[in-house]
Design a protein around this ligand. Structure first.
Ligand code: T1G
Length: 703
């Protein structure tokens, strides 16, 4: 047995089977082998009357080893290991702590009893990886907690806490020990004293689903998981197998599991899972120590400043927020209080903690001197270079040497902001996404003179705040907003050439985005895009196509939802917006003035152009070294711009689509508009060589 992964000991008449496979006790082939052998030892051990199965480290098994997915299965497969546990003639008690997920919960369900420590969380998140529980979860969970509760947990993939698990009957006891080994021994001693034997879920009859309720539930799952394959397949497998024997049900589950393992969605979701974790890994920062950050300052108490403050408070940081005067400072404090209210409602924070944070860890001031002793400042002032430079001149004067000075700018040149100080080596960009207390994405903008220690500090702060930090170089818009402005321009060109904003939005939603670009524009406010175009007008290349219709709307005061009219009309009849019947006439007038003969576009043509523009810009960002990895670009688009997760991000999607096909599309489009459709040299090279973006990222990491 790989002793170092699965150890077998005994305390009196109780065997102790301990898994120790850091960091999350994933069920790798070696762990499965070790578990199988431990069960053989248990059966052969004449002294042992029962066994406690528990884990070392921070959590019970958190699932199958995701890094094995897509590779040929290695025996023993998990369903067989779990069958071996359940078949034991001696009771096996799973002592649970940490996050008991996926295959980990399935192992626990194969045990005869389950004891959980306070704080334990449990779930079957397989659908979030494009799968369904593939080691008996669809068969044992309904037998443990009933069909409907099992169906909801399996199709949502959500985690529940130990209390809910006890209420559902998923665990037998909520222990009060703090150590799983002790909790398991206590429970098992009681069990043996009562003479209880094994209690197998597989021996229970399967619950019969109620057809009418299933139909309604299925419709709800379809609506919530639009475009995804796994949740509905999981539900259908669950329903179909409830009429079967346990063994037939297991076979049915296995077939579905194998089918889903082969899907592009499973590959995309696993890519996203690892891409998020890879983004935090910065090889060039190995061994670089981050500065200790406990107290942060925030300049600007607008929506962004408040959101950042709320996120920082929840992360346990001390926050000092500076506004221009007391009244503004008070308004900011009130806004932060409301945001923390939201966190309480979402179950992210308890009410007492909220009061403590506001009373003890947050202060607001109208004087920069309040920032003289903080470890790091985040400037969230008005998005104007001169304003930010003035703020940084003041911070330079007020903050102690070594304080990290971060700007929350969403596109401005961080080097120019650093130039306003005498210490550019303390300056970095931290681009939070609104609402900053909810969105996990944080673009970490490393300026020319930002040293490794400051970059390491930014990544440590991101982790502390529960953010997904993605490194970016300095350019207009960094990674996300630069790509947004390009694929948004591609949409505008489609509208200039004959599509309506509504057709573009519908095609983009059909691709998998929750909203199309014009719905997003109406939500954000058309004045933002208008101001950006005005800002760039003086230096705009004459070959650039201007979305005149967008300027017309903004100039007519049609700014989107906030004015009741933008691309869509918002009123009581259609609070979510309805197409404007006059839009076509307005667009045709503009096309006439521009000498454009409009044409129609299919949904596929719209999607092809939208995605080609997005991927092409991503390739340029990668080639210029603004992003270090293609997967980092995917993380930004997944977490900041609503890219459908089950497609993995634009760069992963492009590789699955075929870089050669996308390059050919761009070359064909360049015949009509060579200025906008300039094919990225990197994309051209990879397409010609049949390589993927990962190869380019590897090369970059090597240089
Ligand atoms: N397999 C392999 N590696 C994993 C892993 C897993 N299941 N879970 C985490 N890791 C790695 C992760 O890549 C990172 O590595 C490190 O552990 C810490 O993770 C048969 C088929 C458990 C809540 O979906 O949700 O079972 O970057 O940074 O924030 O039916 O990890 O350090 O090199 O996320 O404290 C089902 C996935 C699998 C759980 C901990 N299980 N993991 O969060 O740490 S499918 C899951 C998580 C399955 C069965 C099916 C989280 C966590 P590195 P981390 P964390």
């Amino acid at each position: 047995m790989p002793e170092h992964l699965v150890a077998y000991h005994r305390e009196g008449e109780i065997a102790l089977i301990e898994i120790d496979n850091p960091p999350v006790n994933a069920l790798s082939a070696a762990v499965r082998q070790g578990l199988a052998e431990a069960m053989v030892r248990l059966a052969a051990d004449p002294e042992a009357r029962a066994a406690v199965l528990f884990c070392a480290g921070r959590t019970f098994v958190a699932g199958a080893d995701v890094s094995e997915f897509g590779k040929p299965p290695v025996a023993p497969i998990l369903p067989d290991v779990i069958t071996g546990i359940e078949a034991s003639l001696k009771p096996v008690i799973a002592a649970l702590h940490g996050t008991v997920l996926g295959g980990g919960l399935e192992v626990a369900l194969g045990a005869h009893y389950r004891v959980a420590l306070p704080g334990t969380r449990l779930g079957l998140p397989e659908v979030t990886l494009g799968l369904l529980p593939g080691a008996g979860g669809t068969q044992r969970l309904p037998r443990a907690i009933g069909f409907e509760a099992a169906a909801e947990l399996i199709t949502s993939g959500r985690q529940i806490d130990a209390e809910e698990a006890e209420r559902l009957g998923l665990i037998d006891v909520l222990a009060d020990e703090t150590d799983p080994r002790a909790a398991g021994l206590t429970f098992t001693r009681g069990l043996l004293a009562d003479g209880c034997g094994p209690h197998r879920l597989s021996e229970r009859a399967s619950p019969a689903p109620q057809p009418d309720r299933v139909a309604g539930f299925r419709a709800e799952v379809e609506r919530k998981t639009r475009g995804q394959v796994a949740p509905l397949r999981a539900l259908d497998t669950l329903v179909e197998s409830m009429g079967m024997s346990f063994a037939e049900g297991m076979a049915h589950e296995r077939r579905a599991f194998r089918d889903l393992m082969q899907t592009p969605q499973r590959a995309a979701l696993v890519h996203a899972f690892f891409a998020e974790r890879r983004a935090a890994r910065q090889e060039d920062l190995a061994g670089v120590s981050a500065c200790q950050v406990d107290r942060i300052g925030i300049v600007g108490g607008g929506t962004m400043g408040q959101g950042i403050a709320a996120a920082a408070l929840i992360a346990g940081l001390q926050v000092t927020l500076v506004e221009r005067d007391d009244a503004s400072a008070d308004r900011a404090m009130a806004g932060i209080g409301k945001m923390l209210d939201g966190a309480v409602k979402r179950g992210k924070l308890n009410a007492d903690t909220r009061l403590q944070l506001l009373a003890q860890r947050l202060q607001a001031a109208a004087d920069y001197d309040a920032l003289s002793n903080v470890d790091l400042v985040i400037e969230a002032a008005f998005e104007d270079l001169a304003v930010k430079q003035e703020v940084f001149r003041t911070l330079d004067r007020v903050c102690r040497p070594g304080t990290v000075l971060a700007t929350n700018t969403s596109y401005l040149d961080v080097n120019l902001i650093a130039d306003a100080t005498g210490r550019p080596q303390d300056v970095i960009g931290l681009h939070f996404f609104s609402p900053a207390n909810v969105m996990r994405l944080l673009e970490i903008i490393v300026a020319d003179r930002t040293p490794p220690e400051v970059t390491a500090t930014a990544f440590a702060l991101a982790k502390r705040m529960g953010k997904i930090g993605v490194r970016s170089g300095v350019c207009d818009g960094f990674i996300g907003n630069r790509m947004l402005s390009t694929y948004r321009a591609a949409a505008d060109h489609l509208v200039l050439d004959g599509a309506t904003p509504y057709q573009v939005d519908a095609a983009v939603r059909a691709f998998g985005f929750a909203m199309g670009p014009y719905q997003v524009g109406d939500l954000a406010g058309l004045d933002i895009g208008y101001a950006t175009r005005q800002r760039k007008a003086a230096t705009r290349d004459p070959r650039e196509r201007v979305p005149v219709f967008a300027d017309r709307l903004a100039e007519a005061g049609r700014l989107g939802r906030k004015t009741g009219r933008g691309y869509y009309i918002y009123d009581d009849a259609a609070p979510q917006g309805r197409p404007d019947p006059e839009m076509e006439a307005v667009l045709n007038g503009i096309r006439r003035d521009l000498g454009i003969t409009p044409r129609s576009f299919t949904e596929a043509e719209i999607q092809d152009r939208y995605m080609a523009a997005m991927v092409n810009e991503g390739a340029k960002i990668l080639d210029e070294g603004i992003a270090a990895r293609a997967s980092d670009i995917d993380v930004v688009l997944l977490h900041g711009y609503g890219f459908p997760r089950w497609k993995g991000g634009p760069m992963h999607w492009a590789e699955a689509e075929g870089l050669d096909r996308i390059a050919a599309r761009i070359q064909s489009l360049a015949e009509d508009d060579p200025y906008f459709w300039q094919l990225s040299p990197l994309l051209a090279r990879l397409a010609a060589e049949g390589d993927g973006f990962a190869d380019a990222s590897k090369q970059k990491e090597l240089t």
